[in-house]
Write a protein that binds this ligand. Sequence first.
Ligand SMILES: [Mg+2]
Length: 221
Amino acid sequence: MRYKAIFIDIDDTLLDYIPCCREAFDVAIERIRDSRISELGMSEDELFDLFFAVSGRLFSEAKHGMHTIAEVMDLYPAEFCEKAGYPVEAVDPFKHSFREAWGKTHTLVPNAREMLEALQSKGYRLFAASNSFGHLQRSRLEHAGILHYFEDTFISMDIGYDKPDIRFYEESLRRCGMQANEVLMIGDSMTTDVLGAQAAGIDALFFDRQKDSLMDIIHEL
Ligand SMILES: [Mg+2]
């Protein structure tokens, strides 16, 4: 085997980000429904589109070092509430409801479980590698029934650095006692997963959800 261990991104590699996001959003928006001060006439779908655009822009800026992931977690609820016409008092209830609901969201990307099962049975040590809150990501993997495939989870808020920072990968290697050349990183982000891992000397496999199936990865390894 060319590699001993595999680091695997979570969102849009194992768990389907948009449906998870919508599920948590629906809970959070319901929580602040009565506090809306400005009636902009937006439907729930339009509100979600706004939320998704705001959070997407901020997470994308974080990939380029403009914010930490921890900062983004506070920035996007505030910006969304302001743009959607909710009072500042709605920001915290929205944020906390979203996080609580997010920790239970677990829509799997097709074949995620099959891929993990196959990689484990081939003898690879598996580790999750994700930018977020550790307890929420572990809870989501557990709800999805796939946490047990992982020997450990390397999540940015626990590690102290966000992907693609080289220190995220260095600390993850240290925690599992592996050398960079023994590990393969798999993820759907060219910036955080592929280029980040490669900068740390780790080979990376880009998972292009538009074109590839996770089954292809099983056949490659
Ligand atoms: Mg991802």
